[in-house]
Design a protein around this ligand. Sequence first.
Ligand code: SF4
Length: 238
Amino acid sequence: MTTAVTYQYWKSNSEAFSCDDQTKGARKVLEWAYHHYPSEKLVYASSFGAEAIVLIDLIYEVQHDAHIVFLDTGLHFPETYEVIDKIETRFHSLKIERIVPKLSLDEQTKEYGSVLWNRDSSRCCQIRKVIPLQEALNTKEAWISGLRKEQSPLRADTEFINKDEKFKNIKICPLIHWTWEDVWMYIKERDLPYNRLHDQQYPSIGCLPCTKPAAGNKDSREGRWSGSSKTECGLHTR
Ligand code: SF4
């Protein structure tokens, strides 16, 4: 089914995804997605942050061998790699793939100079995140993301099923109606492993050079590219 046809199908069947169940529609959306797409055509691009832990647990209930990709920029916190190891142990039948950019960090330094993230973070994200995801999605029809509407004004108009013009794909976002409190209640109730940095004032965790602890103003994206106007790495912008 083409992207346009799938999107039209969703638009005309959107009432099927009622959000009045305990998961605010997330489980139904995932059941639909894994029924609708062959498993090799659907992938979850995971950051392994708090939302990701919830999503992995929900996905596992629906598709034990789901394909998950992690964009391994080579610049993540040790705590992030630790939580991936724990998730792999707990959900061992999931296919978790770590995708690395074509340019190693040394090659990036040779080509663009050192600490590119400080001088041109958009180019750095393009090399280490956007292009690797584009390549991973070339053989897929749809991808899953943990975006929530309340995370930021840019994410507020996200729907369960979205036409993704950037990656010429369908982007499925099961957690759009979840609050930050919902995420943490679920993690605690299910006793799920999570990134220890969340206990140290990091609500959103990306690459080490571009993530700082939050000052505590309840912005769940606070601390990312702190001191600059950048709020997204380019995966979710058109
Ligand atoms: S978040 Fe920072 S270090 Fe990571 S890819 Fe983007 S600019 Fe580079």
